[in-house]
Design a protein around this ligand. Structure first.
Ligand code: URA
Ligand code: CA
Length: 434
């Protein structure tokens, strides 16, 4: 094969130039069909990570990635929404907002992933409900969104096959943390999934990819502008992931938390704040008038209609109302307690996420950790910091994830900022490098 063009492209990218759309298409096509091997693509990913990518280049890569596979269509149904979280601990938002937004009259087609490292995956949480399956074909997914108003499905291998291959390569080559490559990866999957409007929840803090608010806000802007390039309305929240979001951490007990939230049995204030922030943006990008948003959300929750929509979602995907009613945390409980008096100064979300993950692997999906003492809570020696459901847990390891200080730390806002499409496009500069 004459690969002079590829050598020239790599040299150009190495020297900080931008590659055009035709070159990106050729590279992605060749990589997916196997005529281009890992070595040049790994070098290219590293050049992108170090040199950055121009806005037009990110869009060109995203287009090439979308074109590598199927694109789902919902026919005449518009707008269809999707929501993406960059990965969190105790992030039960998707399971709750999907039926909630559907009940507010806006269809939601949610493509989700599995647990990765310390972060949970919506698919694992949803499948913890007995009978539920998420391996819907593209046709089943689209039909269910039309009939039930919402669906939560695993991304099939036919959507953006380029991303699967490229992500695995990036994972091996230290090139995951590149704003351009991350944005192309996330947005290509949302475009192929058929969404007309998208809300991104970019996490920041110790439990997140983007450690600083500035980095997370940069990614948020890139995501919104890239969505706009494809004619999609979008908002991106930047939210805190320094401590777990909801109280429950563990796939099955997060499903229990979602059920109880929708039923009105138990609504964790921090989780509630996140739910409302995401839900408002979803209705807003769907074109719902500002004044109507809050009343619709409150009515759907308070009337029990959002919960009934969740039951229909569960039933449509193989579960039942009885199965949903029956889910409960593992009956064996152990408490993690405060070793001394003070104030909870920090909770290590990564450690809690990893411990909960190990616990569910050993004791099944309904094992996990429930945070009792949030950051800022005063405690006496022996007070309960967290309840562990399951057998295979060392409560001392959970205790070590809590930092007990002498004074309350400065309060961190849950929601750092929201990037909205009008604002993001207003500052768009095609020549800027991310
Ligand atoms: N999530 C994705 O889907 N892709 C990335 O590259 C990073 C996070
Ligand atoms: Ca399948």
């Amino acid at each position: 094969m004459d690969d002079g063009w590829l050598r020239r492209a790599l040299a150009a990218k190495r020297d900080g130039e931008s590659l055009d759309g035709a070159t990106w298409r050729r590279i992605i096509e060749g990589y997916v069909d196997g005529t281009i091997d890992d070595a040049p693509v790994a070098a290219l990913a590293m050049a992108c990570a170090i040199r950055g990518m121009a806005e037009g280049e990110i869009a060109a890569l995203t287009e090439a990635m979308v074109a590598s596979g199927d694109v789902i269509s919902f026919g005449s149904l518009h707008p269809v929404l999707d929501k993406h979280s960059s990965g969190g601990v105790g992030d039960t938002v998707s399971l709750i907002v999907v039926p909630l937004i559907a009940e507010c009259g806006v269809p939601v087609a949610k493509l989700s992933g599995r647990a990765l490292g310390h972060t949970g995956g919506t698919l694992d949480k949803f499948e913890a409900i007995p009978g539920v399956r998420t391996d819907l074909s593209n046709e089943e997914f689209a039909a269910q969104v039309r009939e039930v108003g919402c669906a939560i499905a695993a991304q099939s291998d036919r959507l953006v096959p380029a991303d699967k291959k490229l992500y695995a390569l990036r994972d091996r080559t230290g090139t995951v943390p590149s704003v351009g490559l991350i944005a192309a990866s996330i947005v290509s999957k949302k475009i192929a999934g058929g969404a007309d409007a998208i809300v991104f929840d970019v996490k920041t803090g110790r439990g997140a990819f983007m450690r600083t608010v500035a980095d997370a806000t940069g990614l948020a802007r890139t995501l919104v502008r890239l969505a706009a390039h494809f004619g999609r309305r979008a908002s991106a929240l930047v939210s805190d992931m320094d401590e777990p979001l909801g109280a429950a951490v563990g796939s099955g007990i997060e499903a229990v938390e979602a059920r109880d939230f929708l039923r009105g049995d138990d609504r964790d204030p921090r989780l509630s704040e996140a739910i409302f922030a995401v839900a408002r943006e979803m209705l807003s990008v769907a074109g719902i008038a500002r004044a109507e948003i809050e009343p619709r959300l409150l009515d759907a929750l308070q009337s029990g209609a959002a919960y009934e929509r969740f039951v229909r979602l569960v039933e449509a995907q193989g579960g039942s109302r009885a199965a949903l009613d029956g889910i409960a945390a593992h009956p064996h409980r152990v408490s993690a307690t405060a070793p001394r008096a003070g104030v909870v100064a920090a909770i290590d979300a990564v450690a809690i996420g990893e411990l909960a993950r190990e616990l569910t692997v050993a004791d099944g999906p309904f094992a996990g950790i429930r945070i009792v003492a949030r950051v800022g809570t005063p405690v006496r020696a022996g007070d309960v910091l967290a309840e562990c459901a399951g057998v295979a847990i060392d409560p001392q390891a959970v205790e070590r994830a809590f930092t007990i200080g002498t004074t309350a730390p400065p309060a961190r806002p849950l929601l750092e900022t929201v990037v909205r499409d009008a604002e993001a496009s207003g500052s768009a500069n095609p020549a800027s490098q991310w």
